[in-house]
Design a protein around this ligand. Structure first.
Ligand code: ZN
Length: 384
């Protein structure tokens, strides 16, 4: 390693340290210098001009110092890589609030704290409004209804969200979270340096400082970094002009919103599902190829009151045959069932052939033979 490279290695470590802790670069350089027993970075730089080099041990010491200050930095994988590689059902933290167990999950920068029948969702943006969801059966009895419990859970969510934000800003270019003297910032995902940015979602005009502070989420509508652009190209040729997004007066998170949700599996017994279940039962009742065709072609009407009428073809379904499964299913569903027979159009010639066997293979064989002897078989082929 040349002398320049070794000093550069220390500078790189200082950059990581600065980014993870969101402090100015010169403070990070001084912190590294202090770790190596210099008064400040200027002293280290002066000594290096006189021939001083960090030893391998000192480099390792500086690396360990940076890694220890923020576990997400150093040679480890990036925050977002770690987030992606973690199984979705693996909590990043778990414990108890009082007697109630909770688990914390992180997904793509968002935090979810959950317990039995409740969850709190906190987005990665700095002042994102937390959403509290309570499952309907626990609506009145859930511990999150108690302010003390909710506050304790929110503290946990905030701690993890702060960690996520530190991880994300470590991944991003330094200039994404720290505006330059002109207030310009670099887009963390797309690059490009600008002091004014625009939100595709709300047409808001946003300053670099606002974006840096809000981790690149629109402070107006909360849109994510992929919706933020340096020019409002989508407004070309339109009358809409971007409006500056007003910075919220209070720099604090809004009160959580509480929603009662029902995420239990729901069986909706509407006309389509009743009809589908009845046809399924008819297929079970069908024994011969003709009856199976009859079940597939039967007209099943379910009216507004969820009463059903099944019209069967007299050639396909013997009039004396009770569709027992269909009747039983209708009874289970509380559906009044009317059965009717009509002469529709049998799809193949010689309807009787459909009743002489229970095997579709045999029936097709009979159909082919009968047509070879007394009819014609056409196989239309679509021209290319
Ligand atoms: Zn917006």
């Amino acid at each position: 390693m040349t002398k320049k490279n070794e000093i550069n290695a220390l500078k790189t470590l200082a950059k990581r340290y600065a980014r993870a802790n969101r402090i100015p670069q010169h403070e990070a350089l001084n912190a590294i210098a202090a770790e190596l027993d210099f008064a400040h970075w200027t002293q280290l730089a002066t000594r290096s001009k006189q021939g001083w080099l960090p030893s391998a041990e000192q480099l390792a010491q500086a690396k360990a110092f940076v890694r220890q200050s923020h576990p997400g930095t150093g040679e480890k994988e990036s925050f977002i890589e770690k987030s992606f590689s973690r199984p979705v059902d693996e909590p990043i933290r778990q414990g108890k609030i009082g007697e109630h167990a909770y688990r914390v999950f992180e997904f793509f920068g968002d935090i979810r704290v959950e317990g039995d029948g409740w969850r709190i969702l906190v987005g990665e943006a700095l002042f994102a409004q937390p959403v509290v969801e309570i499952e309907r059966p626990h609506s009145d009895t859930s511990p999150v209804r108690k302010p003390d419990f909710l506050n304790a859970a929110l503290v946990i969510a905030d701690e993890e969200a702060a960690r996520v934000r530190a991880g994300i800003s470590s991944d991003w270019p330094r200039r994404a979270t720290k505006p330059d003297a002109e207030g310009a910032v670099i887009h963390p995902l797309f690059g490009g340096l600008s002091a004014e940015w625009y939100c595709l979602h709300c047409d808001g005009e946003i300053t670099g400082a606002q974006l840096a502070q809000n981790l690149w989420h629109c402070p107006g509508c909360g849109a994510s970094p992929i919706d933020i652009f340096s020019a409002p190209a989508w407004l070309d040729g339109s009358d809409v002009r971007p409006k500056p997004v007003v910075r919220p007066q209070t720099k604090q998170r809004p009160e959580p919103t509480i929603k009662v949700v029902d995420s239990r599996p729901t069986l909706t017994l509407d006309e389509d599902s009743i009809s589908l279940l009845l046809r399924n039962a008819l297929l079970e009742d069908a024994a011969t190829p003709a009856e199976r065709l009859g079940a597939q072609l039967a007209e099943i009407d379910v009216d507004d009151e969820h009463d059903a009428c099944i019209v069967l073809d007299e050639d396909l379904w013997p009039e004396s045959k009770e569709p027992e499964a269909a009747i039983a299913v209708a009874k289970l569903l509380g559906v009044e069932l009317e059965l009717m027979v009509s002469g529709m159009s049998f799809p193949f010639a010689w309807p009787g052939l459909g009743h002489v066997t229970t095997s579709t293979r045999e029936y097709v064989q009979l159909l082919l033979e009968a047509h070879e002897e007394q009819g014609v078989i056409v196989r239309p082929i679509k021209s290319a």
